[in-house]
Design a protein around this ligand. Structure first.
Ligand code: B12
Length: 216
């Protein structure tokens, strides 16, 4: 099995937004026993990051970026569906969404899937979610954690808004928060008073476990 070749094929498929090739390469990865998350991270995610860089340099345009993102979504959908079924025990409830003004959701969906696969109850509010809605839904389901995703430097401020609103309403003590998204850093999390930051979906699971004091 040539893992590197598969990862390279995955990158090319995203670069060329090859909607037909995506099924073939994901099935090939699964039949060769590659870990679905590794295939996303080392293959497809690298491809979409490359397209993002070309977009930034003005070498590809929004319609192409959208097409690549569609292919990326299809790939992660197929791969994440192949993850082992979640644990039976409910280990905690998480409300999650992409903040107001931001429609990026590929990474957030990966985080949702990984949390579910690890036995957490997850309420995914989708994208472009108002701060008040995170709080309302968290109260409704008695959530332990609120997770927010932000992919734009201009929308990160809503992660701070959530912290401020939780403090104002006296809920900060009861509900933990975790933040993520490409421009988000540990430093930003500390600055706004979020309880945790994770760089990727597997780290998000470990951080939520540690927020809830869960030890294996
Ligand atoms: C795909 C993409 C799109 C797609 C989104 C499709 C979708 N349904 O998500 C489309 C084409 C729609 C899009 C639109 C736009 N985009 Co865009 N997009 C990207 C791109 C190329 C990749 C993002 C992605 O999916 N990465 C792959 C996933 C797997 O990684 P991820 O999102 O980082 O998620 C991981 C971690 O961050 C973390 N994580 C994510 N969320 C969370 C949440 C929690 C709680 C935790 C713990 C962890 C966590 O775990 C994830 C899994 O490992 C990025 C470039 C980049 N490098 O980020 C630009 C980028 C984010 N976009 C950008 C821009 C400018 C835009 C537009 C404004 C373009 C325009 N002119 O209209 C619009 C914004 C519209 C809006 N209001 O939101 C800029 C942002 C620049 C900035 N300074 O803010 C970037 C950086 C591109 C660039 N270099 O210029 N985009």
């Amino acid at each position: 099995m040539d893992k590197e070749k598969l990862f390279k094929d995955a990158q090319d498929i995203i670069m060329k937004s090859d909607n037909n090739g995506v099924e073939e390469v994901t099935r090939r990865a699964l039949s060769e026993g590659i870990d679905p998350l590794e295939m996303i991270n080392e293959g497809f995610r690298v491809g979409i990051t490359m397209v993002g860089e070309l977009f930034e340099r003005g070498e590809v345009f929004l319609p192409e970026l959208i097409q690549s993102a569609e292919v990326m979504k299809k790939a992660s959908g197929i791969l994440m569906a192949a993850l082992p079924k979640g644990r039976e025990a409910k280990r905690g409830a998480v409300v999650i969404g992409t903040v107001r003004g931001d429609i990026h959701d590929i990474g957030k969906i990966l985080v949702v899937t990984m949390l579910q696969a690890n036995g957490f109850e997850v309420l995914d509010l989708g994208h472009d979610v108002e701060t008040a809605k995170f709080i309302e839904k968290a109260q409704e389901i008695n959530a332990d954690v609120i997770g927010t995703s932000s992919l734009l430097t201009t929308t990160m401020k809503y992660q701070k808004e959530l912290e401020d609103e939780l403090k104002k309403s006296g809920m900060k003590e009861k509900i933990k928060t975790i933040v993520g998204g490409a421009p988000v850093t540990r430093r930003w999390a500390d600055r706004i008073g979020a309880d945790a930051y994770a760089e990727n979906a597997s780290e998000a699971v470990r951080k939520v476990e540690s927020l809830l004091g869960i030890k294996e």
